[in-house]
Design a protein around this ligand. Structure first.
Ligand code: IPM
Ligand code: MN
Length: 360
């Protein structure tokens, strides 16, 4: 039996609904393996602004620091998107949390599930066999550089800054991941234009000598955006800076068939955070149509991070089972759709029930 503290930040929009299903899955795992997960829920995002005036209350940050892992739903509210002068925004909470917890590496796996090949708008022959993982730098670059307005009020700027140490720490993780996979690393940058990209290339080129088994490719981000949907099977590990990683991971989710399937892990100095790559999808909030699988697969990544390998494998098995049996939410199966809760229940029951199956 293991005992772990998990801080849950449901957030806004569909965040609470998908988190509820993920928590159900964690509870099923705890029961099945006789573990103890101490789950506590905390405010972050628009809901935190409404309740406390700040998107990341101190209480939430303290709970995350004290936890063994953090599970996040999604944050964001259109109310703030449509107000360019808003001083306080839900996203500030997430960005500050990433920074405070030192979560410099965001890992986003993208696979094409055989049973869902027909659900992708892309041609089956192109996407079949896709298995890539994007290593997105998460605490630097244009997201965190100085930003502001020019004194005359006529202009605005966002600085993009990286230092060598920031590049090296995530590049090491990406090289190590590649060494354990198909030994192919692609650095995505814009080194024909940006000085920060040239620094990334310089560092990665130098580090490549330490990983002779890994083949390294360099691709400009505009070309990469095209290659990802034209020929996604060419990629194994993609390493890239913060904003390029944000953009190409949404793009890559089209290969899987839905954004609602893509999990992520953000790791760094100590406690790690797990969240779906999708946003708060406010139009779907409360309708029971959101796909909980991205959050449930984030739970699988969380369990792997805590070294609960068999437990994580069982969660993945249960998700595969749901996909194979057509237990799909409406964006994947408009005619015979299951609700958020039905998908969550199916997966949690399958885990709880697996004792017998595994003993046979
Ligand atoms: C993501 C999101 C965030 C980001 C937003 C909500 C700040 O799009 O996690 O990909 O841009 O990093
Ligand atoms: Mn994003």
């Amino acid at each position: 039996m293991v005992s772990k503290k998990i801080a849950v930040l449901p957030g806004d929009g569909i965040g609470p609904e998908v988190c509820r299903q993920a928590v159900k899955v964690l509870e099923a795992v705890a029961e099945r393996f006789d573990h103890h997960f101490a789950l506590s829920s905390h405010l972050m995002g628009a809901c935190a602004i409404e309740a406390t005036g700040t998107p990341l209350p101190n209480e939430t940050l303290a709970a995350c620091r004290a936890a063994d892992a953090v599970l996040l739903g999604a944050i964001g509210d259109p109310k703030y998107d449509h107000d360019p002068s808003a001083k306080v925004r839900p996203e500030q909470g997430l960005l500050r949390l990433r920074k405070e917890l030192g979560l410099f590496a965001n890992i986003r796996p993208v696979v094409a599930y055989d049973v869902l090949l027909a659900h992708s708008p892309l041609k089956k022959e192109r996407i079949q066999g896709t298995d890539m993982v994007i290593f997105r730098e998460l605490t630097g670059g244009i997201y965190f550089g100085e930003k502001g307005r020019t004194p005359d009020g006529e202009g605005a700027y966002d600085h993009c800054v990286y230092n060598r140490a920031e590049i090296r720490r995530i590049a090491h993780l990406a090289f190590q991941a590649a060494a354990g996979r198909r030994r192919h690393l692609t650095l995505v940058d814009k080194a024909n234009v940006l000085e920060t990209s040239r620094l990334w290339r310089e560092e990665v080129r130098e580090m490549a000598a330490q990983y002779p088994e890994v083949t390294v490719d360099y691709l400009f981000v505009d070309n990469a955006a095209m290659q990802i949907i034209l020929n996604p099977t060419q990629f194994d590990v993609i390493l890239t800076e913060n904003m390029f990683g944000d953009i190409i991971s949404d793009e890559a989710s089209v290969i899987a068939g839905s954004m609602g399937l893509l999990p992520s892990a953000s790791i760094g100095e100590r406690v790690a955070l797990f969240e779906p790559i999708h946003g708060s999808y406010p139009q779907a909030a409360g309708k029971g149509i959101a796909n909980p699988i991205a959050t449930i697969l984030s739970v699988a990544m969380l369990l792997e991070h805590l070294d609960l390998i068999e437990e994580a494998a069982l969660v993945r098995e249960a998700v595969d089972e749901a996909l194979h049996n057509g237990i799909l939410t409406s964006e994947l199966s408009p005619v015979a759709a299951y609700s958020t809760e039905e998908v969550g229940n199916y997966i949690a029951f399958w885990i709880a029930d697996s004792k017998e199956k595994h003993w046979n």
